[in-house]
Write a protein of this length. Sequence first.
Length: 215
Amino acid sequence: MTEILETEPLMATRFRGFYPVVIDVETAGFNCQTDALLEIAAVTLKMDNYGWISPDMSLAYHVKPFRGANIEQSALDFTGIDPYNPLREAVTEQEALQGIFKLVRQGVKANGCNRAVIVGHNAHFDHGFLREATKRCDLKRDPFHPFSSFDTATLSGLAYGQTVLAKACEAAKIEFSNREAHSALYDTQKTAELFCAIVNRWKALGGWPVPVLED
């Protein structure tokens, strides 16, 4: 196995200057503009000197519904979240986003990247809620690309023939508990493992670094 030089900004080289961060949210409905954000979690990734990636640091928050937020009972029944339970130790959207953005900016800088990019299972959903919360909090320094994302539902459909997170993890031989699912932190951790498995599998098959074809 050939070692990649330590002086190369590996993560930046692998993802065209993007720093992938896995994000998952639990919400009180499907409408990112009107429905409450109840949980958010982030898992950062790291790359070793050979170009293999793995989960790194994680951060999660229980979030207080913003003022005037819509809360669908069917969504609460599905996730099992009680938004007003004092034992949640929930924080405001602003506190949650500032904490996650700080962690992400540190990773962007440490890995020589230009910007972060969201990794999510059905990433459009999570990205939408993150964008709307960022607007409500009037946060100007959003470290994430405004529209690009890596969607593990699509990637696992290609790699394993499965698009549901639990089934994709099973196909990738990643342990998954349906009892613990629908917690932002747990789902983010499993999505991170799945994304790493797909990226590393592609590398093992010879897909990266891209082979140089000789004339």
